[in-house]
Write a protein that binds this ligand. Structure first.
Ligand code: FAD
Length: 390
């Protein structure tokens, strides 16, 4: 058994945990970073990331985006297409804006993990699953097979929390990589809604080297009601949709489909005594907005900044957890609002579709969509509308 003692332990080496680690290292703060898997490890994800991912990658290592692009691991895109029966919204952001980044999570998470492991301030351990055991005086004890860590503070970056299987906001996903899909003129993330054979949201994210990440999202209730495997649902969608079928005429699936589930939460626990929650462990992000990894990385950075600020404070743990709770709640409250809104739209899409089609024709909405990232543009437009009517 290996025993370690540290002031800060980061549990989980996804984007939230590695970003926290990289910033702690930059601030010269010794810490331990642990993940239960060895990297590279796969993770089912839409793999389309907002501008903050670009900014944070560059902040951590200037030139990182260009280097990953040169190695054919990353693809920048400026287009976004949202389509259903009545809505067809195609947004091209100005080339001067930061692009959305498409990169496989296998690649992105491995890159971040490797960067974190290079620092002398980080003790990086993989292949160990840790759990907090009984609280000790003045520390939190984390235990796994062959390893025990006593720490003052835990940055919980373990990803999505377990949710009850009957949670009504639970969605099931299936992801398949394809090659040979015909690429539209304006290449970028495509989000499409279908009603037949059941309400399904399809994400198509272009990746480097002409590959596509194709993901189906279905509410768990509908999925159970339908009682068919995802492959059968995908086949039915292709049969019912001529344009899509054309695009997949020469497509070849690369390996098997992989599934996951996700709950779209609108309530969060930001902190507990001695623990702060970052990324998906704090809240599960709506993949439609594609803001999950951007949030996770920015929460990791926030955690590291507060740890630096209160490092020598006599009430280090109390100050960090209190401040984190306050700042994070304020900073990410829009995401919760957005989660609620998207959840509502998702559930009642058929009824809301005509209003949505009308709203998207409004100049105000179009301008804000073009100005900023899609979701940020909508939120800003809503805020401006609320303040102009007050
Ligand atoms: C279907 C789907 C599609 C998505 N699409 C997008 C998208 O297109 N764009 C986007 O930005 N976001 C997307 N998201 C959200 C995104 O995946 C998350 O926001 C992101 O993974 C959060 O990063 P994280 O570091 O918090 O957690 P994770 O990436 O989940 O990392 C958590 C890590 O903790 C480790 N771990 C867990 N428990 C332990 C333990 N006990 N001990 C040690 N290690 C542990 C795990 O092995 C894992 O490596 C999607 C999510 C889903 C489910």
């Amino acid at each position: 058994m290996q025993y370690l003692r540290t002031k800060v332990c980061i549990l989980g080496g996804g984007p939230a945990g590695t970003t926290a680690s990289l910033f702690l290292s930059r601030y010269g703060i010794a810490h331990i970073l642990v993940d239960k898997y060895h990297f590279p490890r796969d993770k089912v994800c839409g793999e389309s990331f907002d501008g903050r991912v670009y900014r944070l990658l560059e902040e951590l290592s200037p030139g990182a985006v260009a280097a990953l692009q040169k190695e054919q691991r990353l693809l920048p895109t400026w287009n976004y297409r949202f389509a259903s029966k009545k809505v067809d919204l195609s947004v091209t952001f100005p080339a001067s804006d930061l692009p959305r980044l498409s990169i496989e999570r296998l690649q992105l998470d491995h890159y971040l993990w490797q960067q974190a492991g290079r620092s002398e301030w980080a003790t990086v351990l993989s292949g160990v699953s840790l759990k907090a055991t009984a609280e000790e005086t003045n520390c939190i004890r984390l235990q796994g097979v062959g390893l025990q860590i006593d720490t003052d503070l835990v940055i919980n970056a373990t990803g999505a929390q377990a949710v009850p299987a009957n949670d009504p906001s639970l969605f099931v996903f299936s992801r398949t990589y394809f090659e040979g899909v015909s690429i539209p003129r304006e290449q970028g993330l495509e989000v499409k809604y279908f009603y037949d054979p059941l309400p399904v949201c399809l994400f198509m994210c272009p990746l480097s080297e002409g590959r596509y990440n194709v993901e189906l999202a279905i509410s768990r209730e509908d999925y159970i009601r339908m009682g068919q495997p995802m492959d059968a649902i995908w086949k039915a969608i292709l049969e019912n949709n001529h344009d899509l079928r054309q695009r997949f005429t020469h497509a070849r699936a690369l390996g098997k489909s992989k599934g996951t589930s996700l709950t779209v939460q609108s309530r969060i626990n930001w902190s507990a005594p001695g623990v702060i929650y970052t990324g998906s462990s704090a809240f599960t992000t709506n993949p439609i907005t594609g803001l999950g990894v951007g949030n996770a990385m920015s929460m990791g950075k926030l955690a590291a900044e507060l740890i630096r600020q209160y490092h020598d404070h006599p009430d280090f743990i109390g100050e960090v957890t209190r401040r984190y709770h306050k700042v994070a709640r304020k900073k990410y409250r829009n995401i919760l609002l957005l989660n609620r809104a998207v959840n509502f739209i998702q559930r009642h899409f058929r009824l809301l579709e005509p209003a949505l089609a009308w709203g998207l024709r409004l100049r105000l909405v179009q301008q804000s969509l073009l100005k900023k990232d899609l979701t940020k543009g909508l939120i800003d437009a809503a805020h401006r509308h609320i303040s102009s009517t007050q």
